[in-house]
Design a protein around this ligand. Sequence first.
Ligand SMILES: [Zn+2]
Length: 424
Amino acid sequence: MNSPALVVESYFDGERYHAAGPYTIRIIDGVIREILPGEPDSSSTTRNSTGDSIVAPFVMPGLTEAHCHLFLDGAQLDPQVRKKYLQAPFSQMLQVGWKNLQANLAAGITLIRDAGDLFGVNTHIKRELHRHRSLIPALRSPGRAIRKTGRYGGFMAVEISGPDDIAPTIRKIAATADDLKILLTGIIDFAHGKMKGDAQFDLAQTRLIVQTARELNLRTYAHCSGQEGLQIAVAAGIDSIEHGFFMSREILKAMAQKRIAWVPTFAPVYFQFARPELAGWNTRTLERLDAILQQHFEMVAQAGAWGVPVLTGSDAGSCGVPHGTGLIDELFFLLKAGLPLEKVLAAATAAPRKLWGMAPANIAPGNAADCVALAGSPFQNVDFLRQVRLLVRRGEIFRPEDWRCPPAVPAAAAGPPASVSVDP
Ligand SMILES: [Zn+2]
């Protein structure tokens, strides 16, 4: 096993910034053994691994993408092409998925939580990563999400027709799921600045969903915006609220008390605001989008102040949100909301791993080495967040562009289901 040392000028350990470098981070058998002030005794610093030293200006734990759809290409902006893609062969979707995985690594993301796809690209990729013993990236996948029959989420969720359907459906999903994704509401009607339709599940049904998931050791995360849905989510004890537009202080208080996480996903809504011509939004809709975003910034600032566990997720795969860079944009949105950089980086590193019951990746003795080296410290210039140099996983140090996805596997002929209602 390799035993490299990282010699860094500064590092973020997952919660705090250490700027009195140089430091030598010694990794033995893939585990961080010690962090010493100064450079190592040996004068030889080379770019080779096995026992040598790697010099990097700055390291931090690998980033977390808490909400993305690996099978969707967020850079594809044409609604017709996006719609047609949902009828594409599984092999094509798989290719898109692997490409997106690579884009995540290139952005320094080493932990991904997919947020659902109907076709099973997420589950397939997870299985392949396991099969090839790939330690990086770590992928959590819900497989398929759940939604109410006929409601929003056809491209990512199976349908639940009534209360009797809830437990059997979740049991079926649980076989390959790490978490349970729930479509609790519809999407936002930007033109009118409100939610489309009512909540997909009422409080009693949502409680049953959460309870069933808990019995199966699944955490729950809900696509949820608007007061009605948010109240149901909080009362039912959902573990994480995704998107959460039209948030209120009352809801945030309850989330802080119950330690319910929030993944605010600014990126897809911001894209609508930044490129109104694509959807043909008029001035009035633009004003509504602006108001929605401003309120979201305020609520995220409040969440930070009250200690609501905010996590970083971009909804990459959505229209206008590319994988990898989308997550870095999301970090900048949290900064814009007023969260300090240490909090933003903790939301992207230590916090999700802790909330999801995973081994910590904090840069501290005893933890497995799972980190990313940047070209400089983001505490000096935040743009360094976009300049990933190396990834470190266990004893291996590599450039993200050198990572190879497991050899292509003959894709199952499983095409998409016959009818799919769409709005990614
Ligand atoms: Zn999503």
